[in-house]
Design a protein around this ligand. Structure first.
Ligand SMILES: [Zn+2]
Ligand SMILES: [Zn+2]
Length: 110
């Protein structure tokens, strides 16, 4: 592929916003992603900022911790079930459901 603006130059990537192929000279500097210089840099910057914020909100440490515990509890339940301790497994499953429900509620609050 060649640069959208320079038909003689090879492109090094394509703009995240409009998808045009760009050479080094046409890529806006100082951004995490590739963007057309003087054309799409603002859009791409906004997009990156939005994505970063969304990721931070969605995967806050509380939720990640709770999800990890939930998965661990579910695993333990299966383990105890296999050890023929269904009573304890049921107890763990109930705890898992409560934790899972909390995580679910947290997600929906956003
Ligand atoms: Zn662009
Ligand atoms: Zn170019």
């Amino acid at each position: 592929m060649t640069c959208f603006n320079h038909s003689k130059k090879d492109s090094v990537g394509s703009c995240k916003s409009c998808g045009r192929a760009l050479c080094h000279a046409c890529i806006a500097p100082g951004l995490d992603s590739i963007a057309c210089k003087n054309r799409c840099e603002n859009q791409v910057q906004a997009l990156d900022g939005f994505l970063n914020k969304a990721v931070m909100n969605k995967y806050s440490t509380t939720v990640v911790g709770q999800a990890a515990v939930t998965v661990m509890m579910a695993g333990l339940s299966v383990l105890f079930w296999n050890l023929e301790l269904p009573g304890f497994a049921v107890f763990l499953l109930v705890l898992t459901v409560i934790l899972g429900f909390n995580t679910y509620r947290y997600y929906n609050k956003k």
